[in-house]
Design a binder for this molecule. Structure first.
Ligand SMILES: C[S@@+](CC[C@H](N)C(=O)[O-])C[C@H]1O[C@@H](n2cnc3c(N)ncnc32)[C@H](O)[C@@H]1O
Length: 248
């Protein structure tokens, strides 16, 4: 089924609504046969993998910080966004602006994202304004949140294709497709090369996976890749920084 009603669809069948069910109270993708976030504790996993993996708690305390850009692959339920937003509002200078840019080919509908975010009452102050503006976000790509301290953009369509259309340079990347074995189109060399075009020296990345193909692909694209202990049952994860030459 194609979703031609979305003005941001790249090609006729490029975007489809998320196909998910609820398993043990958590959203589960029937298309990819994978979870949206860890059953161990998705919120703690996000804090560990993406926030600490990119060293954000330290980087965001700099008094002269004016703006910061995160680019994420896979907006999903918005959990990563909300965890980043919570940390930003608590630690970054009041006049600094966070640009959080995500790409998503199979967006959740309003009912599903609302049901997913109810799982995190500790984020409700932040998730309520997001849910109120979610349909606007899906129709217009960008919204401002939290007294203009955060600009959220979600580009609807295939990740690699959407990245070719944006000009932003990331300070940090969140790589969060479904697992590489189940969702290979989120983890291929074309995507890693697009990351390099949207990076500069000191741009960092973090991801929950430690798959060899992902590690090699990132190295080939110009990233220095480190392994660190994974969250919960996962043995290892990857994080690192761009040391190559940007073509952007
Ligand atoms: C693990 S989930 C992301 C979870 C999300 N970051 C969160 O905080 O809830 C992976 C996401 O990647 C999206 N996705 C899968 N293939 C894609 C593609 N080719 N392009 C863009 N998004 C894709 C899925 O629809 C899903 O929302």
């Amino acid at each position: 089924m194609s979703d031609n009603s979305n003005p941001h669809s790249g090609t006729e069948d490029s975007t489809m609504p998320a196909q998910l069910v609820w398993q043990d109270g958590l959203p589960y993708s029937t298309k990819f046969q994978d979870v949206y976030f860890s059953s161990d504790n998705g919120l703690l996993e996000t804090e560990y993998v993406f926030l600490q993996g990119n060293d954000l708690p330290t980087r965001w305390k700099q008094a002269d910080l004016k703006h910061f850009t995160i680019i994420e692959t896979g907006f999903g339920t918005g959990l990563n966004f909300l965890c980043a937003a919570k940390l930003w509002l608590a630690t970054a200078p009041k006049h600094a602006v966070l640009h959080f840019i995500s790409v998503e080919k199979y967006p959740l509908n309003l009912n599903d994202i609302s049901a997913a975010l109810i799982l995190w009452p500790e984020l409700s102050e932040l998730s309520t304004p997001l849910i109120h503006q979610y349909d606007t976000l899906m129709n217009t790509t960008s919204i401002s949140l939290y007294n203009y301290r955060i600009q959220l953009s979600v580009h609807i369509g295939d990740a690699t294709e959407q990245l070719t259309r944006i000009t932003n340079i990331a300070d940090a990347w969140f790589l969060d497709g479904f697992s590489p074995a189940k969702n290979p189109e989120m983890w291929h060399s074309g995507l890693f090369l697009e990351m390099a075009k949207h990076a500069r020296p000191s741009t960092t990345f973090a991801t929950f996976t430690s798959a060899g193909d992902v590690r090699r692909g990132l190295i080939n694209a110009g990233f220095k890749v480190n392994k660190r202990s994974g969250f919960g049952k996962k043995r290892e994860m990857l994080c690192g920084e761009f040391i190559g030459t940007s073509n952007g």
